[in-house]
Design a protein around this ligand. Structure first.
Ligand SMILES: Cc1ncc(COP(=O)(O)O)c(C=O)c1O
Length: 386
């Protein structure tokens, strides 16, 4: 039998800290490795597989579209893309009227930075400490953690970082050169820190008063994860630009930037070869229909409460805090989380880190209560084992 771990190690750069298992198959919230071992998947492709792995609706949509047209450049109109865009905008906050389609979260942020600079004629951005926005140069510049940036400097100039959820600190940084504010409603990678609705309301007001664009990065929080279609709807705050990706197309790569009428991207100065390809758009239509028909927003809210109540029912010496919004859950430990995540994997549960000390759970929103019970039991076992 082929040793896939050895094969990947030989052929691929070590840019990831990889775990020593080979995942070959998935169904809903479960995945299997090449040895037939089963796992409950609370990584879900870093929050991509919200509809469950190999969701039948997505499989059928991809299959059907693949037989008519797979690629279609953005320089031509396309039926599936048009229908997808209409569907996407219909579920978005009302002030968002038009969209640009790309292939990932970081590309969505890049586009948002360019559109904002073009629209306002200004250069500077304010973003939050512990924020994470992606790995390409613009998104990296918006990302706070110097660990991600320092070997790649100089970064794009004009980014200022302020403490999250502290309005006065943010307001102090606004100048005549400020173009926009980029924030995650819940900081995912930075440790599952939930935004304060009052803070976001004040930031919205500040942007209106000072003529800045509010850019919300919902790459991780979007598409029902936090208990609403978008997390900003939990705060009743509408951005000028909404960046999304991950769960948008049921697991197929796609990103999008949704903009208000105030935002005016220039014609002929931005684009993406794969952006808005019919295959991703067909998957995106099926994904949105599935989310609405199955009320995945409610499911995320209820299951998030249930899972966290199961976790909080136990006392753990090494737990500092449990934070969540919907089914985006973080357990902050008093120590490093990686050893516990490895033990959890041995017990058949996959979860991911968020910063050094947080265990993060982003399961498919279609996960069953029994599976959540299983995860909570295994978490308890590993946290007790010390
Ligand atoms: C909030 C947020 N923004 C942007 C990104 C970058 O997305 P991608 O990895 O698709 O480029 C991520 C990825 O984890 C993210 O969580």
């Amino acid at each position: 039998m082929t040793d896939f771990i050895e094969l990947e190690k030989r052929c691929e750069f070590d840019v990831y800290f990889k775990r020593e298992i080979v995942l070959v198959r998935g169904k809903n919230a479960k995945v299997w490795d090449d040895k037939g071992r089963e796992y409950v998947d609370c990584v879900a492709g870093h929050g991509v597989a919200s509809l469950g792995h190999c969701n039948e609706r997505i499989v059928q949509a991809i299959e059907k579209q693949a037989r008519s047209l797979i690629s279609c450049a953005g320089t031509f109109h396309n039926d599936t893309r048009a229908l997808f865009l209409e569907r996407l905008l219909s579920i978005a906050p009302a002030r968002l009227k038009r969209a640009f389609l790309c292939n990932s979260g970081t590309e969505a942020i890049e586009a948002a930075i360019k559109f904002t600079r073009f629209t306002t004629g200004k250069k500077e951005f304010i973003t939050a400490m512990r924020g994470f926005h992606g790995r390409t140069m613009g998104a990296l510049s918006a990302t706070f953690n110097p660990e991600y940036r320092k070997e790649f400097e100089p970064i794009v100039p004009g980014f200022h970082y302020v403490p999250f959820n502290q309005f006065e600190k943010l307001a102090e940084k606004v100048t005549d050169q400020s173009a926009g504010i980029i924030l995650e409603p819940v900081q995912g990678e930075g440790g599952v820190h939930v935004g304060d609705p009052d803070y976001f309301a004040k930031v919205r007001q500040l942007c209106d008063e000072r003529g800045l664009l509010l850019i919300l990065d919902e790459v991780q929080t979007g598409f029902c994860r936090t208990g609403k279609m978008f997390a900003c709807q939990r705060f009743a705050v509408e951005p000028d630009i909404l960046c999304v990706a991950k769960a948008i197309a049921g697991g197929v790569p796609m990103g999008a930037v949704l903009c208000s009428d105030q935002v005016q991207p220039p014609t002929g100065k931005h684009g993406s070869t794969f952006g808005g390809n019919p295959l991703s758009c067909a998957a995106g239509i099926a994904a949105i229909e599935y989310m609405l028909e199955n009320r995945l927003d409610e499911q995320a809210r209820e299951k998030g409460e249930y899972f966290v109540s199961r976790l909080k029912a136990r006392e753990f010496q090494i737990v500092r805090e449990i934070r969540h919004l919907g089914l985006m859950v973080g357990i902050e430990l008093k120590t490093k989380s990686t050893p516990y995540l490895m033990k959890l994997m041995e017990k058949g549960v996959l979860a991911l880190p968020a910063g050094a000390t947080v265990m993060r759970f982003l399961p498919p929103l279609t996960i069953s209560r029994e599976e959540l019970d299983f995860v909570a039991d295994k978490v308890a076992e590993v946290l007790r084992s010390g």
